[in-house]
Write a protein that binds this ligand. Sequence first.
Ligand code: F6R
Length: 618
Amino acid sequence: MCGIVGYVGPKSTQEILLGGLRRLEYRGYDSAGISVITNGGALETRKKAGKLDNLIAEITNHPLAPANIGIGHTRWATHGAPTDGNAHPHLGGPTSKLSLIHNGIIENFAELKAELVAAGTKFASETDSEVAAHLIAAEFEKTGDLVAAFGAVVKRLHGAFTILVIHQDAPDVVLAARCNAPLVVGLGDGENFLGSDVAAFVEHTKRAISVGQNQIVILHSNNVELRTFDGEPVVPEEFTVSWDASAASKGGWSSFMAKEIADQPQAVADTLMGRLASDGSVRLAEIDGLTEADIKAIDRIVMVACGTASYACDVAKYAIEKFSRIPVQVELAHEFRYRDPIITPNTLIVAVSQSGETMDTLMATRFAKEQGAKVLAICNTQGATLARESDAVIYTHAGPEVAVASTKALVAQMTAGYLLALFLGAGRGAVPAAELRSLGKELLKMPARVNKVLGRLDSIRALGKELSTAKSVLFLGRNVGFPVAMEGALKLKELAYIHAEGFAAGELKHGPIALIEEGQPVIVIVPSPRDADSLHPKVISNIQEIRARGARVIAIAEEGDAEVENYAEHVTYVPKSANIFSSILTVIPLQLFALELATAKGLDVDQPRNLAKSVTVE
Ligand code: F6R
């Protein structure tokens, strides 16, 4: 789970590589490095442990000569601690003329390393990646053909990898190989790019090619060639990147996370655009292939995802079951894959992922496909592996999400889940069409409501600061408020490094209430009191129970719910909406709360410790 970038062309390679790494830093930030072949023909490398700024300082102190070809890497350590020596690129061969970067894990590196050590190779790092650098360099020494040497070695590697290589004796080409890790090509005019995702080059070009499994890319400034690992030519499939480059910059905000929270009305609106008509009817052209008969034949939906994306699935479950009466099971992808789950051809798998590269989610969907299930992806990243490998994709249009903690991608996933629920509802006919259309019209109002929530967050912001010394915060919710509570706790754990847990409010009395003691902050998502079958009175009772035991209750409630003020120390109101859609609104104060609390603790909210945005290993 590292970020990789490659470039060949007339511009300043150093600037292009560092700019690309800045955009990919969310993928890992333990160390970073670049190699270039200078216009004088020398291979030069700079690398440094720590964040990208350390590398930039190193380059400022030891400038690189002008170059028109190079590779860059930002690392999330797997093999070997995050030190200068273990930072990529790694050099190969006795004369160190080859430079290599790698994202992934080479599972058979120990046996390959033993072979090299026996032949007298000296290693400069503890990484698995350096093995590949030496093997390719040695093969090139034998044959003098870099492409052939590269192809021969990548076939010997097991595991997950994207590898990029440059060599001083072949100064006009970057070679890349992809196996179970992401790689995209950017096509420019007299220049070409490689990146872990399109964010690496979107400011330079929107023309892109996604690279398939077990394929090699031969990248020159005026030509890009794709081959399989067996040397067969591949016809590239070009696509246009819809992301706007400016969306991947902070634009004056204090952090990417703050900006991405503010982007949420747009993320919801863009995800609805073209899919929800003004009369409330849903059209999902992406899954036009699913006929009414196909929809009728679905007997179960299994939603697979990890982390925050799995909470979007939990929310979707409430909506899909309510609108379509199809049973939905939500599974953490890593658990699902390894427990011999029951899948039939009538099971629809819905895989949800912002990056589309989360290995656990990919493995779960591959497994389900092998069992004969159809896979529908909800994904935010064009050209991502999940999108390529699924039968159909509903893209969330949240734009690039750079902060490691997911915010706008989540509300876009929730939105896509609601659209899917309405679509399946219409296909199944379990709920009257007029009722579904009225819900559709309600969904259309959500971007404006999200905007309204953002304007009312000053007091939760202040509360985040006030509670910066809290050791633990609990979150309670029911129905769609339950996954929101889980998400609130996850945000706090990952950003502020404090104990936080989310519970279904009804579960409280079955154990967790024992945690409540004087002064314990508890954030409660209170459902709307307006529905006839509202759980509002039950949640108010829960609040009274914890208040009686000394909890400091912070409520997220619907505007007009005056009753809650009698029991909560603090209330943040969100606009009225159908309770089923309220998750899109109630999650926002929790994001802001975590952001403020972590900021007050002086923590880096965009790059929390130990995390990488896209987890491309199992
Ligand atoms: C938390 C967070 C993670 C991701 C999870 C899945 O803020 O971002 O929990 O949601 O790693 O990532 P994707 O959606 O890329 O599959």
